[in-house]
Write a protein that binds this ligand. Structure first.
Ligand SMILES: O=C(O)C(=O)C[C@]1(C(=O)O)C=C[C@@H](O)C=C1
Length: 271
């Protein structure tokens, strides 16, 4: 089996990939949309991308990409504790003029970086490992926020360990596939929908889960990109899509929404 991930080697997504399936062939792609497209275009069987972080929230590019890919499903999820490190060719913090990383990683370490390196210039990269690679090429004056594995792979010194602003830093990754997951058991169901822009329409949708005692684990909105003030909602619910109460709730929600799709039903990830 071929499993694509947001690369290059040394990203947190690669770690999630190894945690999910260490046996398959792992293939790196430089961006989230290219990982998802590799599955759609049958170059790989499944792909892993980050979807949300406990400090910084949703990865919008992932939400927008899975919304566009109507033929793909979420087949699984992986939870990973995230520990960031400041890594560089330099061996002294005083020499650092630029800090580079993925925007999510920069946001997760914002206070720490401001404290350690006041006035430092910030630059972004497509992943933490890409930032480490750039730091290894550029050399002097630049540090990346990256994994310890990336520091090893790109031959960088670890200047400061654990620079995330909050210790309880967890990222959730999803596994995208052309096939639905067919397992039963302790599952989660992810849906996406839009409602008419009128009073109570979101309340009416959420009520269908509430009256049946179904627990929502996430709700996120993204602009529809068609009209200002119109939104698409992503909701995760505890439970399998074929459980009796869930089936009833999903049927009701389908009937009162202007757009509705089950993104996937899959086993809950564990830390
Ligand atoms: O750049 C990486 O290492 C990634 O895997 C991406 C990513 C993200 O998009 O949130 C994953 C985990 C961390 O939260 C920071 C960055």
């Amino acid at each position: 089996m071929k499993l694509s991930f947001l690369g290059p080697k040394g990203t947190f997504t690669e770690e999630a990939c190894i945690k999910y399936d260490s046996v398959s062939e792992h293939i790196e792609y430089p961006t989230i949309d290219m990982v998802v497209a590799s599955v759609r275009d049958r170059k790989t069987d499944e792909g892993i991308v980050p979807i949300e972080n406990s400090i910084e929230g949703s990865v919008n590019l992932t939400l927008d990409t899975i919304l566009e890919e109507q033929e793909l499903f979420i087949k699984g999820e992986v939870l990973l504790p995230i520990r960031h490190n400041l890594v560089s060719k330099c061996s002294d913090l005083q020499e650092i003029e630029i800090v580079i990383s993925h925007p999510h990683a920069l946001a997760q370490c914002y206070r720490h970086i401001k404290e350690l390196l006041p006035g430092v210039e910030i630059a972004t990269a497509e992943s933490t490992a890409k930032a480490a690679f750039i730091a290894s090429q550029e050399g002097r004056g630049i540090a990346a926020i990256a994994t310890l594995r990336a520091a090893q792979l790109y031959d960088l010194n670890v200047l400061v360990r654990d620079i995330q602003d909050f210790d309880n830093n967890i990222t959730r990754f999803i596994v995208v596939s052309r096939e639905e997951n067919s397992v039963r058991g302790d599952c989660k169901t992810s849906i996406v929908f839009s409602t008419e822009n009128k009073p109570g329409s979101l309340y009416n949708v959420l009520k269908e889960f509430a009256i049946r005692g179904l627990n929502l684990t996430k709700i996120e909105s993204r602009p529809s990109k068609k009209s200002f003030g119109e939104y698409i909602f992503f909701v995760d619910v505890d439970g399998h899509k074929d459980d009796e109460l869930m089936k009833e709730a999903l049927k009701a929600v389908r009937s009162i929404t202007s757009y509705f799709r089950i993104l996937g039903c899959y086993p809950k990830g564990r830390l």
